[in-house]
Design a protein around this ligand. Structure first.
Ligand code: PMP
Length: 363
């Protein structure tokens, strides 16, 4: 069935999904082949869902090269719930957790961790408006920290880690919500990775957690059951009813990633898209990209114009041209083009063409 008209969706999340995934979900919505019921209707204890969950788990392991000794969890409550679950499970009484704060989501993560225990800010780029990822020389880790938390991609500020911090021996925890599976990832460098699905992985409603199994021993029995990683792992994410539909769509997205060359191909495509957009932003002085060049995100490209009035005009005219979701986060203003995995390359070309035309008229 042909797709009805779609605008170019630059939203930061929930975000654009592959059209083929939407079409398959649509085809199967009334009756899953061979099942006779909708994915929206089947029991989470059914063989069908069990195999969807197992296949999604296996496909993610294949896609990202997840080594043995790591467990995948499919949880609810968004990445924001992980802000609390990480310290509740991994920060023992009297211990200290180190946070590198490179954006407002990292700040929120640290705020929740402070409710649980001691937090040491290993570095922060707040003084310069989170315009960059702190440099290696700025990082000061607690020698026996329980973990080091980073935000691999700062969705609001448009910055991204290019090289992981060297935190010898301390488990690294990464909020990868806005760049998960956008490039190859060495999972063995991490203690725990978490990501809300609604940017690169699927619809809102499921959060992927990849955790090194030895860390599960830290989860105290006194934790609320649903917030206990060890319980979720023992029950294979089926302690209660998981977000069946969101997991099903995530499974389709992961199949799409595998069918389209996996993470190396995604990285090449994402780099091409970002390079095209940043080249345009740097071409004249008209546009004002906000992230420091060495920290620029390949997922969220943030920029400003000379005045807020001009920015408003840009967003309004872009929307009228079918370029949707370009308004920056309300906390920072300006513009943001989110160009996740499923965002098409010719969509970036369309934005660049529109920007040229806008500059011609307003420059
Ligand atoms: N971390 C990052 C990096 C994000 O971009 C977001 C959402 N935009 C969150 C956390 C919060 O995610 P959720 O809405 O799933 O709680």
């Amino acid at each position: 069935m042909p797709v009805t008209t779609r605008v170019l969706n630059f939203s930061s999340g929930p975000a654009v999904l592959p059209v083929s995934v939407l079409e398959q979900a649509q085809r199967d919505l009334v009756s899953l082949p061979g099942v006779g019921m909708s994915i929206l209707e089947i029991s989470h204890r059914s063989k069908t869902f069990e195999s969807i969950l197992q296949k999604t788990d296996a496909d993610i392991r294949h896609l990202a090269g997840v080594p043995a000794g790591y467990t995948l969890l499919f949880l609810q409550g968004g990445a924001s719930t992980q802000f609390s679950m990480v310290p509740m499970n991994l920060l023992p009484p009297g211990g200290t957790a180190d946070y590198v704060i490179s954006g407002s989501w990292g700040e929120k993560a640290a705020k929740e961790a402070r409710k649980v225990g001691n937090v040491h800010v290993a570095a922060s780029s707040q003084a310069t408006g989170f315009d960059r990822i702190p440099g290696e020389e700025e990082l000061s880790f607690t020698p026996d920290a329980a973990y080091v938390h980073i935000t691999s991609n700062n969705t609001i500020e448009g910055t991204q880690w290019k090289r992981l911090p060297a935190a010898a021996g301390i488990p690294l925890v990464s909020d990868a919500s806005s760049d998960i599976f956008s490039q190859p990832i060495d999972v063995s460098s991490y203690g725990l990775i978490y990501a809300g699905a609604q940017k690169n992985l699927g619809p809102a409603g499921v959060t992927l957690v990849i955790v090194r199994e030895d860390l599960l021993a830290r989860s105290a029995k006194t934790l609320p059951t649903m917030l206990n990683y060890a319980v979720q792992a023992e029950n294979a994410s089926l302690y209660n009813t998981p977000p069946v539909f969101a997991i099903y769509v995530m499974g389709l997205v992961v199949e799409w990633l595998l069918a389209n060359g996996g993470l190396p191909a995604m990285a090449a495509r994402n780099e091409r898209k970002a390079a095209r957009l940043y080249a345009e932003l740097d071409r004249t002085g008209f546009w004002r990209p906000t992230a420091r060049p060495d920290s620029r995100s390949f997922m969220n490209v943030t920029f400003r114009l000379a005045s807020e009035d001009l920015e408003k005009t840009f967003v309004k005219e872009a929307t009228a041209e079918g370029l949707d979701g370009l308004k920056g986060h309300r906390s920072v203003g300006g513009m943001r083009a989110s160009i996740y995995n499923a965002f098409p390359e010719d969509g970036v070309d369309a934005l660049v063409a529109f920007m040229r035309e806008f500059e011609r008229r307003n420059g």
